[in-house]
Design a protein around this ligand. Structure first.
Ligand code: NZQ
Ligand code: MN
Length: 389
């Protein structure tokens, strides 16, 4: 038995903390900020960062426009802009997409090449991460991906549409700031969709085939916080304490998967996002119930424990899995998140291609129950119909 924790990130939870950002990182001279399209600008958050930099004499370059499911060519263009600016520190402020791009920028700045060179295909990557990244500050504005607390970054190839993650301990940010004021800006659709990602990651971390004492503890603790706060953050967006707890749940889920990786539902989600541009949390939500049912006889009493957090649990493996799925379906219905892939207006989905891509995601090998091509193909047919079996 072996269980190891390595966690190099300073995590601050502070309502309004984005207005004190530089107090946590006093030695910056040239800050390169990466963010999404418009949410942070509209809410005046970027102005708050600009004002601090002006007061502290820090040169700031803000790079806006990161889209959900960022392409490798987009990341490479941001690296170029960052090189021209000559940053000494990178700030990712936004959803997981912005933070992932910030991570890859911080890494490619010191390691060179294209971000795609670090993605492994068939078990091999062109380059390896060998040099520590530029210092990176992550300010998540969704409570979902845990990018602020994982050693991963995820990117889609512009031509092949293959979406894959890279992993290295250097990709842990130096600092993560969870500011519930920023999370309160999320539209309800994002609260729901990104929350399902956090739920999925907590569950996958908790029930991983590579489970350790540490990953189980962080996965379960994350799931508990998410179970207790998910509906609350949807129903009462002004409740900053609930927002902070949900954010901490998402971060802890990130810590858990940072130790043991994600598994089945996440591996299946990536081709849906890469090929059909479905937002990550939605793709994870689509795949989660079939994955729970598939794994039900292989997770000991963990689904019972998980279901108990939602007021159910107990009984046989089948009963526990059904209870957990029922809780999950209830939330999806309440939040208006469709779990039928066929309702997404995608036309024909190439089931063989998404299955092949899912099997190329290394994380699938950490699933507690080994999967075959036929298993995953069948699971995708359930996802299409919105059934768990
Ligand atoms: O573009 P803007 O205007 O910023 O709007 C964004 C975007 O439209 C909006 N948004 C985010 N925070 C907001 C907000 N709107 C209002 N108020 C706020 N506070 O939300 C939309 C989606 O943003 P995005 O960053 O794409 O969402 P998410 O946080 O779900 O991130 C998804 C990405 O993270 C990756 C996913 O694959 C995907 O690419 N993941 C990263 C992981 C990691 N690094 O460890 C693990 C995860 O499993 C995941 O794969
Ligand atoms: Mn995820």
């Amino acid at each position: 038995m072996k269980s190891r924790i390595f966690y190099p990130t300073e995590v601050v939870i502070e309502a309004g903390g984005h207005r004190n950002l530089l107090s946590y990182a006093p030695n910056i001279k040239r800050l390169f900020a990466v963010t999404g399209h418009s949410a942070m600008e509209k809410a005046g958050v970027l102005d708050a960062v600009r004002a601090q930099c002006a007061t502290a004499g820090v040169e700031l370059c803000v790079h806006k426009g990161i889209s959900t499911n960022p392409l490798h060519t987009d990341v490479d263009a941001v690296v170029e802009a960052c090189r021209v600016f000559g940053a000494d520190t990178i700030l990712g402020i936004g959803g997981g997409s912005s933070i992932d791009v910030a991570k890859m920028v911080a890494m490619v700045m010191t390691n060179g090449g294209s971000c795609w060179d670090y993605i492994s295909i068939g078990g091999k990557s062109l380059r390896k991460i060998e040099t520590p990244t530029l210092p990176l500050i992550a300010v998540p504005t969704t409570s979902g991906t845990g990018s602020e607390s994982t050693p991963y970054a995820v990117v889609t190839h512009a031509e092949t549409k293959m979406k894959k993650g890279m992993g290295h301990s250097f990709l842990y940010p130096e600092m993560a700031l969870l500011d519930p004021e920023l999370l309160a800006l999320m539209p309800l659709e994002q609260v729901a969709v990104t929350g399902f990602d956090a739920f999925g990651q907590a569950l996958e971390g908790y029930t991983s085939g590579r489970s350790t004492l540490h990953s189980e503890f962080y996965g379960y603790s994350a799931l508990k916080l998410i179970a207790e706060n998910f509906e609350r953050v949807f129903d009462c967006p002004e409740d900053l304490e609930a927002k902070a707890k949900m954010a901490w749940g998402a971060t802890l889920a990130g810590v858990s998967i940072g130790l043991v990786d994600v598994n089945l539902a996440h591996a299946m989600s990536h081709p849906l996002s890469g090929r059909y541009n479905i937002q990550h949390g939605r793709a994870v939500a689509l795949c989660t119930a079939p994955a729970i049912w598939f794994n039900r006889a292989h997770v000991g009493d963990k689904y019972s424990q998980a279901a108990a957090l939602f007021g159910g649990g107990g009984g046989s493996n089948d009963e526990s899995a059904k209870s957990l799925i029922k809780a999950f379906y209830r939330l999806a219905e309440k939040f208006g998140v469709s779990l039928e892939l066929k309702s997404y207006g995608l036309g024909d989905v190439d089931m063989d291609a998404v299955t092949t891509d899912a099997l190329e995601i290394g994380a699938i090998n950490t699933n507690v129950r080994p999967v075959t091509f036929d298993d995953v193909r069948t699971l995708f047919s359930h996802v299409w119909e919105g059934r768990y079996a």
